[in-house]
Design a binder for this molecule. Structure first.
Ligand code: CTP
Length: 405
């Protein structure tokens, strides 16, 4: 077996479900692939599989209690969280998923999760009714939003003899996902990427502006996914209420389209690619009043608007070998309009958000896109979380940039 995971530190979290017997096999696969694995098991997990089996396979004592039984020594979940390059919770029961989603840190697995700086994957395993319960689905959605990768359970016969969705994914498939994660984690190493995100605000006076309801979520998800793949990322963000979870991403906050253009042009100079997710206001008031406009003094009024610079077209004109990706949100003739935008702005790719799908668009946590490439290739994706959409977009960008290699 090839050493695809050589030198990688993996925390394997095991919670109390019958699928825990498969975790021993998963552990063996990870070790055979060269990983160093530290098992953390919940008290209920030990009812299903013994720590002796797991420590024999991993070559390390299994961590379970906050304090070692014989010496009283404190196990540091913080050290473990920092040591880990990846944490995989398999099986993840409904209870463990709920505790992870709400931060109920009453066992070592959860405290390790809360301290982990690394990527986290969960492989749920439970009965079909527990899986489909709104509470579980809510918790899964929360974890996905927190950046946790969900390895969806498969369908089949369950421990209860019922048949349906809830079986933990097979260890071979989990191994494949782990290998993919590590392959991906340096796929953009050495690349510099600019992302524009959020709306722009065009001031009318000190307290009023023209703006739109873009949340910036899609742009921030792309920035974080690109950083997770090893890229150096700068986000030029309009006014958004979001925090970046990855402190390695450089953030430049701007307000107006003109400021966004200036910051983007400067950053684009030494970038390899730019992904323009911002919903830039097309028009700005010709003048901005220094003082608050008073209703009594003004009466009816007309705002004269002037066209804002087109950031995408400006970068398109200077791009050379660099890659430029735009977004389009259309109400009609969406396909035609998106292709036209790609050509006009000299983009390599355009991501069309479907307005017809209720899971797509502004302020949502999900999106549904079609990616159109300038070489004519086109892929339509199903609705997914914005982080997963970000991953699809970056996969497409990587494929596109390698097409001539
Ligand atoms: N864009 C930009 N600067 C602008 C307007 C748009 O960089 N002033 C970028 C957006 O970030 C997006 C793409 O161009 O990636 C398409 O945006 P959209 O608003 O759909 O394009 P417009 O040219 O404004 O077209 P429309 O007439 O449909 O508003």
């Amino acid at each position: 077996m090839s050493q695809t995971l050589k030198g990688k530190h993996i925390v394997l979290g095991i919670s109390g479900g019958i699928a825990a017997y498969k975790s021993a096999y998963l552990l063996r696969l990870l070790i055979k692939a060269g990983a160093e694995v530290q098992v953390v098991i919940t008290p209920n997990g030990k009812e299903f599989i013994t720590p002796a089996t797991l420590s024999a396979l991993s070559g390390k004592p299994v961590v379970s209690e906050f304090f070692a039984a014989n010496t009283g020594e404190w196990h540091s979940h913080v050290d473990l969280g920092l040591w880990s390059d990846l944490m995989v919770v398999a099986p993840a029961t409904a209870s463990t998923i709920g505790k992870m989603a709400s931060g109920v840190a009453d066992n070592m697995l959860i405290t390790t999760y809360l301290s982990a700086k690394s990527h986290v994957m969960v492989a749920p395993a439970m009965d079909l009714d527990m899986w489909s319960h709104p509470s579980t689905q809510r918790n899964i959605a929360t974890l996905a939003k927190d950046g946790v990768e969900i390895i969806e359970p498969s369908s089949g016969e369950l421990a209860s003899h019922l048949v349906g969705k809830g079986r933990m994914e097979e260890p071979e498939e989990i191994l494949r996902r782990v290998e993919k994660f590590f392959r991906r984690s340096d796929s953009l190493k050495g690349k510099k990427i600019l992302v524009t995100a959020g709306p722009t605000y065009e001031d009318i006076d000190p307290v009023r502006f023209i703006g739109n309801s873009s949340s910036g979520k899609m742009g921030f998800a792309i920035a974080e996914e690109a950083a997770a793949r090893g890229a150096e990322v700068v986000v030029v963000a309009g006014p958004v209420a979001l925090q970046l979870k990855d402190s390695a991403v450089r953030r430049v906050d701007v307000r107006s389209a003109r400021q966004m253009l200036e910051a983007s042009q400067a950053a684009f100079e030494d970038c390899d690619a730019a992904i323009l997710t911002a919903a830039v206001a097309d028009y700005a008031p010709e003048t901005c009043s220094d003082t608050k406009i008073k209703r009594e003094k003004t009466g009816d009024m007309t705002l004269r608007l002037v066209r804002n610079p087109d950031i995408a077209a400006t970068l398109g004109a200077m791009k050379g070998e660099r890659m430029l990706v735009g977004f389009a949100l259309e109400t009609d003739h969406e396909h035609e309009n998106a292709l036209d935008k790609m050509r006009r702005k000299n983009l390599d790719m355009i991501v069309l958000n479907s307005l017809r799908n209720p899971l797509a668009g502004f302020n949502k946590d999900t999106n549904q896109v079609t990616i159109l490439r300038s070489d004519g290739l086109e892929t339509e994706y199903p609705a997914k979380s914005k982080r997963q959409v970000a991953s699809d977009i970056l996969d497409e960008i990587e494929k596109y940039s390698k097409r001539n290699d």
